[in-house]
Design a protein around this ligand. Structure first.
Ligand code: ADP
Length: 590
């Protein structure tokens, strides 16, 4: 069960908190000096106001009499002296109270303007959440402990400058409570919980609670239950505290190379699945798409340095000499039964050499595999090139998770081209546009517009939308969407200008069906849906290659649909602007 309360510093304030009903944050009274009074404020104020005005009236009357009788004002009687003292006391009270409260509220509000908007929102969240939890003992944290009444804290006595109080959820056992405290106090490193406890779920639960107490922020909404924490240990994620939920939508069937695929897309972008689905429909109705994979090799490029550029060049000649390829392959391929060295490409920068190894990696995306092979070769090279200084196993000529021309030109992972001929009536009926408009839009937007923008592999409408969504659903590395989304979309009118030929060429799709996040239950289910789960039984790498073609086919569908939507929108706008509604729309773009 999940019980939280706002922790305050003193036992007394905790007691106050437990006695009070939940408060709405916008009703929080500012901490005031008047809070310390023993009697109700209105009674004390009334008393002092009455005293102030009575004494003033008395003194004014006395002073008028003195003026009339020519008595000096500084000659005071005992009653006048008492009245003056009373006046002074009431003035001090009034200034003290209203003045301090006013100054405090000004300080508080100026701080609030500067930084406290978010805090206030968070506080609101925590308090509202607490009031809900009080009514219904939820099981968000999954801790099997007895129900404890929820007691929201009373924030009025908290000094304005104090940090938000931590959230406390009682742990399922005294031992867990002690471990949480130990993590909070910094005595037990959070990262060591899995190895110390030998129970990944329990470790995540304790870490999560410690995090809430340390930060004072609630993790309500981030689920803990329903996830296999053992499955990510040492492979996918360190120091877990829960998992993020992403909806998975389905686009399809995507008819690709004669086979239908229902494509899972993990996304929170509305319309993306619907739009891709519309593209699939247009492709299907036109007889399907054809996809060809023309390259398959993962790369890794270490950087090495020599005392002279001449020595660096000598290594370049050695590595690129075809006569040495077999020897180097044997050494490289020791890394895995699936790793097969394909080639080595070197780039020089003075005394520094960047060595780009390319290898096939079976059904794995292959980064680990290629890195191990590269390390084998570097170790071997130390014999003939002892003066070689290895700067790093990755020298960025690879190039992983960064936009780089080398991937766009040479390819990385799977290089794929996917095409379809969309019939004229499908363009009109399903895509609500026409071939001429699409071809012109593609030329001006995806080719010319991207050239104007200085694009690097970005000659498309939204390839990364589809790539990212399929990657998330199927357990690929989402960061590799950068180079995997490199895509040039081409469109031209065919069959006497009636039909549309559309293609997407994607030189660096980095996917795998084993390793990484692909083995997690939900991602594995999505791979299973596509028929590419795990290692291919027929031919090593066949599943990963098929997945790459499905990614490209889905991108084709996405491009078709979005470009059509834009083309249709442009036509409508053109009509409105130029009043050409009476003209043949197919000629507008010609
Ligand atoms: P990556 O190299 O993509 O980071 P991993 O190294 O995590 O992937 O996963 C690849 C592992 O899977 C290797 O240990 C490899 O031996 C194993 N494996 C099993 N079957 C295959 C296969 N068909 N293709 C590639 N690797 C496979």
């Amino acid at each position: 069960m999940d019980v939280r309360r706002r922790q305050t510093k003193t036992p007394q304030s905790v007691k106050i908190a437990t006695a009070e009903p939940p408060m709405k944050p916008h009703n929080h009274p500012l901490p005031k000096a008047s809070d310390v009074l023993p009697l109700p404020l209105y009674l004390i104020n009334g008393l002092f106001f009455t005293m102030f005005f009575s004494v003033m009236y008395f003194l004014l009357t006395r002073w008028r009499e003195k003026i009339r009788n020519s008595i000096p004002l500084h000659v005071v009687t005992l009653s006048e002296l008492a009245a003056l003292v009373s006046l002074l006391a009431s003035i001090i009270y009034l200034i003290g109270f209203f003045g301090v409260d006013f100054v405090q509220s000004v300080i508080y509000r100026s701080n609030e303007d500067a930084w406290d908007v978010e805090e206030e929102e968070n506080e609101k969240f925590i308090i509202e959440e607490d009031s809900r939890m009080g009514a219904s003992p939820a099981t968000t944290l999954g801790c099997a402990v007895p129900v404890v009444p929820i007691v929201p804290a009373q924030p009025t006595k908290v000094p304005v400058t104090e940090n938000p109080a931590p959230i406390i959820t009682p742990q399922s056992s005294e031992e867990d409570e002690q471990i949480v405290n130990s993590v909070v106090e910094g005595k037990t490193p959070s990262y060591s919980l899995e190895s110390k406890l030998g129970d990944c779920k329990r470790a995540a639960s304790i870490r999560r609670e410690a995090l809430q107490r340390i930060t004072g922020k609630s993790l309500e909404g981030l689920p803990l239950e329903g996830f296999d924490y053992e499955s990510i240990l040492g492979q996918c994620c360190e120091m877990p505290v829960g998992y993020v939920q992403i909806p998975v939508g389905i686009a399809g069937p995507l008819l690709l190379n004669g086979t239908k695929y229902m494509v899972p897309m993990g996304t929170t972008e509305g319309c993306l699945v619907a739009s891709t689905n519309r593209g699939c429909k247009a492709i299907y109705a036109s007889g399907g798409a054809t996809c060809t994979l023309f390259k398959d090799g993962m790369t890794r490029a270490p950087a090495v340095r020599f005392g002279t550029a001449k020595r660096a060049a000598e290594l370049k000649f050695y590595l690129e000499n075809p006569l040495n390829h077999e020897t180097l392959s044997v050494i490289f391929n020791k890394s895995s039964r699936f790793a097969r060295l394909q080639g080595i490409q070197c780039a020089m920068a003075g005394k520094n050499l960047y060595i780009r190894f390319t290898c096939s990696t079976g059904d794995a995306m292959g980064m680990n595999m290629v890195s191990k092979g590269v390390q084998n070769v570097l170790d071997y090279l130390e014999n003939d090139f002892p003066d070689m200084d290895v700067i790093g196993i990755s020298g960025n000529f690879c190039s992983d998770k960064k936009p780089a021309a080398v991937n766009w030109i040479e390819g990385r992972g799977k290089s794929v081209v996917c095409e379809a001929i969309i019939k004229e009536e499908i363009v009109t009926k399903v895509l609500k546009t026409n071939v001429t408009a699409l071809v012109e839009l593609n030329m001006l937007k995806n080719l010319t517009g991207s050239a104007i923008a200085g694009a690097l592999g970005g000659f498309n409408a939204h390839a990364s939308n589809i790539v990212s969504a399929v990657y998330i659903a199927t357990g690929q590395d989402p960061a590799q969407n950068i180079e995997s989304s490199h895509c040039i979309t081409m469109m031209e009118a065919v069959n006497d200008g009636k039909d549309l030929h559309i293609s997407v060429t994607m030189p660096s799709i980095e996917v795998g069906t084993v390793g990484g996040g692909t083995q997690l239950a939900s991602q594995s289910a999505c791979l299973n849906l596509l028929g590419v789960k795990g290692a291919s039984k027929e031919l090593a790498g066949a599943n990963a290659r098929l997945l790459a073609t499905i990614v490209a086919g889905s991108v084709l569908a996405g491009e078709l649909s979005l470009m059509s939507a834009i083309a249709a929108g442009q036509l409508v706008k053109s009509h409105m602007k130029y009043n050409r509604s009476s003209k043949d729309v197919t000629k507008i773009s010609s």
